[in-house]
Design a protein around this ligand. Sequence first.
Ligand SMILES: [Zn+2]
Length: 246
Amino acid sequence: MKDKLKLLIELQEFDNRIEDLRKREAQCPLKIEELEHAWQAEQAKAKSVMERLENLNKEKRGIEREIQDLESRIEKSNNKLLNIKSNKEYSAALKEIDDLKKAKFITEDKVIQVMEQIEEVEKEASERKKKEPELRAQYEKSKSQISEELSSLRKELGSLDNKRKELVQLIDQDLLRRYVMIRERRNGIAICPVINGVCQACHMGIPPQKFNELIKSQDLMTCPNCSRIIYWAQEKDFQQRQSVVS
Ligand SMILES: [Zn+2]
């Protein structure tokens, strides 16, 4: 029985390792998705900065046209002044020129404000542009690291699966079925040691009589509390056991 149990302990170590690797394998696509998401968000931000810049430049050109328009109207009004005869008309024309100049002044203020905004956004755009190659490299690197991790996980899983198949052939089929059933129902632990009279899976004490039986008997025994297959860990056979799974 001891030898059978040793094989079962071995199998459980294989299965734990395989389960751990499968979990990590499942994480890889999620990590890549997260990475791509972050990269797309970064690119969207860069695009929106460029759009803002484009809009501001459009606005600036519009205001500059307004200023040109005002300038030509001022020039026209100035030319009109030369041909005016009456004082009334003259002062009306002067007022018109004055109003146009005021409007031009306000519009020039507007263009200065827009130019200041352009300067700010251009700075942001150029900083982003400077950082972009580094961010891109980082993104590509992380992505290929995850791909490498995934392929090494798959390689290891393949070799573990093969080794497991070999191991399973050495195990008594009834015992194997029992192991699989308990493992499914008991959170991945089907077989566990008893140390100082305590089941190491459920941490309940094994009644003394049953514990004595465990030490002496050659039969398969289970924990009366959690029903897992148990073995006495202090027995030298089990202490010397060496795992083939690293
Ligand atoms: Zn137990």
